[in-house]
Write a protein that binds this ligand. Structure first.
Ligand code: ATP
Length: 805
């Protein structure tokens, strides 16, 4: 790079900085002032409004004053929010105003425009010239999609063709240009090299300066109802997802707010890991949740669903336990589309027979028997869907309860309770009746004035009936109070015995066949049934039962939907069953879905393949509305680590490492009698001396984690963290973590605690080992006290180093 260019760029940077500084200074008092004003109005809001109800006119005036005041307040707050946003984004720009420049000549125009790109736009005082373009503007996509030469971008009015004459990248820190180079390739690898060479952080980083072309396609896809990304470990799926959220919030800022986007993350710790990316980009965070949170919420307090981590622990550790094979068959079957279809047919069967209700009891008496409910239910038109009939039954039950309630007012126990009411309670009841009347009068008065002002007709509330006798009122009150829980049962559908409805599926093989018309029942079905029923009896649900259970619940109670949410993101998408996808689709009917995952890391039995030609996920929204993007370049790990890990996966040869070199993975085979923990400690110390701050000892199970933590803590003390499924935050440092919790996150160095055949010997453990190894950015060590895992043994010797004793 010529010194002249460097000087020119530094000069321009100085100009932009001083303009930014001037604008920040200019806005500062306004931002502060407006804040005071808004707070002031809010404080005075109620002082200026006096509720005056003496005459109709007073009432009318009060009504207008309230309206006027709140309109002024809303406008001030809007202006304030806008200015504050501008002010904040300029302050964010100041230390590093931009990271890229392209010079673009549009065909047919004799003009070369210099486009500087940063995390937000900044316009000169003329209000027209962009000193900095937001990375999400249409023209900025040139920077990500092209190298110098012919180039085009799409605007709302159509494509713009032209030539890119220059593409320059900067690293600007504290207002100074640190590095700068002209790229000939799409996003010069040099900048990316530099970024990827840095250490791991406790928070995920934004990648706006180095987004790759294939990632840009994910970020800016606006057409698909369903966008599926199958990407190798470390290919930037999560990064792309978060930049995509930022892009959507920018592009659709008039219509979509951050809380209309929800990201399903694998665990709470992962949620904390990614939580800073959007704020760093100046956007509000989307909502984050886990599927488990949803299951727990809807299962209610009556049933406890197992979580996926306990399920995987069982799968990994219980090989010798009786019933293990059956449980695996159960998991596979209950996560499948076949089970979903069987349940749909079960729904049809329930339409004719077999519904289960819970009788309604009042004071140790059964007042409405389950049998009566069933008879009533099957008396309705059988062509109606189940849940419509359940709603009819609900209405009927409410009517029955009302009748019962009326009759009950004359019961002896009410009389008794009346006698026990003391003078105070009488007085209170009496007072309440009066208050009710006063309130009613005021509301009535207000409503009639409002009706005149707004010229809207209101519903006629009828007359307030105050002429009933006091005792009658008290009786009514007493009984009403006692019937409250009963009405609640009816209103919340608790009279439908969903547990029994789900449970009867597991009575016997013949019954199951009859109810569902299913022909392919898993061979160990009787044992699957026994296990499922036993769990239900304990008021628990296996993880694999939780979503089907909710599905059955909704078959009879009607589907729950959330129509506010516009975008659903599912990260680690391979870990969800088709069942769960069907469920999400129903739950968010107005949302588009983005699913990101890697079938190579599918460590749960209920996994769904994302990229295969026959993947059922492609059919979820119909193939015409679905786009599948594959990412094969892996950015996280050094070339040596990627070459090592991809060789463990069938088909792994299609994964392309990014050209960043480091040490080859190290295999440490411990001699008989050699102490693994001493060796690990020495290696951790050496890695720290080399400057690696984030080091993870990865184990297969939680039990193995505890064991490793116990052994190593003696020497490392409190500096060593043990990560469990309850750990809320991701922190930098040395930690012990089970592999299924390390999904999605990364470390400078990874030490696989025990990579012997005993631990990773079965075929279903291949992906676990792969997932563990692909968490490493710079260094990977594997230890074994016995024979190496067959997945390691199968690797060619040039892919690793072996430790010398
Ligand atoms: N374009 C990019 N520029 C800079 N860094 C990138 C880019 N793409 C990915 N990375 C980095 O690569 C690492 C892996 O990215 P990310 O976690 O998004 O990948 P992933 O596909 O979700 O991985 P996994 O499936 O293994 O969890 C991160 O450190 C991320 O910052």
């Amino acid at each position: 790079m010529e010194t002249k260019d460097w000087q020119q760029e530094q000069e321009r940077l100085e100009q932009v900085k001083s303009k930014l500084q001037a604008r920040i200074a200019e806005l500062a008092p306004e931002v502060a002032g407006l804040q005071d004003q808004a707070a002031d109005i809010r404080r005075r809001f109620w002082e200026e409004v006096t509720i005056n109800t003496a005459t109709d006119e007073d009432f009318e005036e009060t009504f207008h004053t309230i309206n006027q005041q709140s309109a002024v307040l809303a406008e001030r707050e809007r202006v304030h929010k806008l200015l504050t946003q501008q002010w904040k984004s300029m302050r964010r720009l100041l230390p590093s105003p931009y990271f890229g420049r392209i010079d673009f000549e549009e065909d047919g125009m004799d003009l070369r425009e210099q486009v500087y790109i940063g995390v937000s736009s900044f316009v000169d005082d003329d209000g027209l010239s962009f000193l900095i373009y937001d990375w999400r503007t249409p023209i900025a996509s040139l920077y990500y999609d092209y190298s110098p030469g012919p180039a085009s971008y799409v605007t709302p009015t159509g494509p713009i063709e032209g030539t890119m004459a220059l593409k320059r990248q900067f690293q600007i820190q504290d207002g100074q240009i640190r590095t700068m180079f002209d790229a000939s390739e799409t996003i010069g690898d040099e900048l990316l090299q530099h970024v990827l060479g840095q250490g791991a952080d406790a928070q995920m980083k934004t990648i706006v300066a180095t987004i790759q072309k294939e990632q840009n396609a994910i970020i800016r896809d606006d057409a698909s109802r369903m966008l599926i990304v199958q990407g190798a470990a470390g290919s930037g799926k999560t990064s792309a997802a978060l930049q995509r959220v930022a892009y959507l919030l920018y592009k659709h800022r008039q219509t979509i707010k951050a809380d209309q986007i929800v990201l399903f993350s694998p665990n709470p710790m992962f949620a904390s890991y990614v939580s800073t990316v959007l704020p760093e980009l100046g956007e509000e965070n989307m909502q984050q949740t886990t599927f488990q949170e949803y299951l727990d919420y809807w299962a209610g307090s009556a049933l406890r669903p197992e979580d996926p981590f306990d399920q995987i622990e069982y799968v990994q550790t219980a090989h010798e336990e009786p019933g293990y094979e059956a449980r695996l068959q159960g998991i596979a079957y209950k996560s499948s589309e076949a089970f979903l279809q069987a349940l749909q047919r079960y729904g049809a069967w329930l339409g004719q027979e077999g519904m289960q209700f819970q009788g309604i009891r009042f004071q140790d008496r059964e007042v409405i028997a389950a049998k009566r409910m069933r008879a009533q239910f099957y008396g309705y038109d059988r062509a109606l869907p189940l849940y419509n009939r359940v709603v009819l039954l609900q209405e009927w039950l409410l009517g029955e309860l009302a009748a019962l309630e009326r009759r009950e007012r004359e019961a002896a126990w009410v009389e008794e309770e009346l006698n026990y009411l003391d003078a105070d309670q009488y007085a209170e009841a009496f007072g309440m009746l009066h208050k009710e009347k006063e309130l009613f009068d005021l509301a009535e008065h207000y409503a009639s004035v409002r009706e005149r002002i707004t010229k809207k007709r209101r519903e006629d509330e009828g007359d307030f009936d105050f002429a009933v006798k006091e005792e009658e009122l008290l009786r009514r009150r007493i009984v009403k109070e006692r019937f409250k829980p009963l009405r609640k049962i009816v209103k919340t559908f608790a009279f439908v015995d969903v547990r029994a409805i789900y449970g009867q599926l597991f009575e016997s093989e013949d019954a199951y066949r009859t109810m569902t018309n299913e022909s392919h029942i898993p061979p160990l079905w009787p044992e699957v049934c026994r296990q499922t029923k036993e769990k239900l009896l304990r008021s628990e649900l296996f993880y694999e039962d939780a979503t089907p259970y909710l599905y059955v619940k909704e078959l009879v109670e009607g589907v729950r939907t959330n129509t506010e949410i516009r975008h659903v993101f599912v990260d680690e998408g391979q870990d969800y069953s088709m069942f769960q996808y069907e469920y999400l689709k129903k739950l968010f009917p107005r949302a588009r879905m983005t699913v990101l995952g890697d079938f190579g890391q599918a460590i749960f039995l209920q996994a769904t393949s994302l990229g295969a030609a026959d993947s059922p996920l492609l059919r979820l929204y119909g193939e015409a509305d679905t786009r599948l993007i594959r990412l094969v370049r892996s950015y996280r790990s050094t070339k040596e680590i990627v070459e090592f890990t991809r060789a463990m996966l069938p088909g792994g040869e299609e994964i392309v490492p990014f050209e960043r070199s480091g040490a080859k993975p190290l295999l440490v085979r411990l001699a008989a009698g050699e102490n693994r923990d001493a060796r690990l400690l020495a290696d951790i110390a050496a890695l720290r001396d080399e400057g690696f701050d984030s080091i993870a000892v990865i184990t297969k199970t939680a039990a193995e984690s505890r064991e490793a933590h116990e052994a190593l803590r003696v020497h490392l003390g409190e500096a060593l963290r043990l990560i469990t499924k309850e750990t809320p935050d991701f922190e930098k440092g040395v930690m012990v973590i089970p592999v299924y919790l390390a999904k999605g996150v990364e470390f400078d160095a990874v030490l696989v605690y025990e990579a012997s055949a005993d631990v990773y010997g079965r075929e279903n453990e291949r992906k676990l080992l792969y997932t563990a190894c692909t968490r490493a950015m710079h260094r990977l060590h594997l230890y074994a006290t016995g024979e190496w895992s067959p997945f390691v043994q199968a690797l060619t010797a040039d892919l690793y180093e072996e430790a010398q004793h």
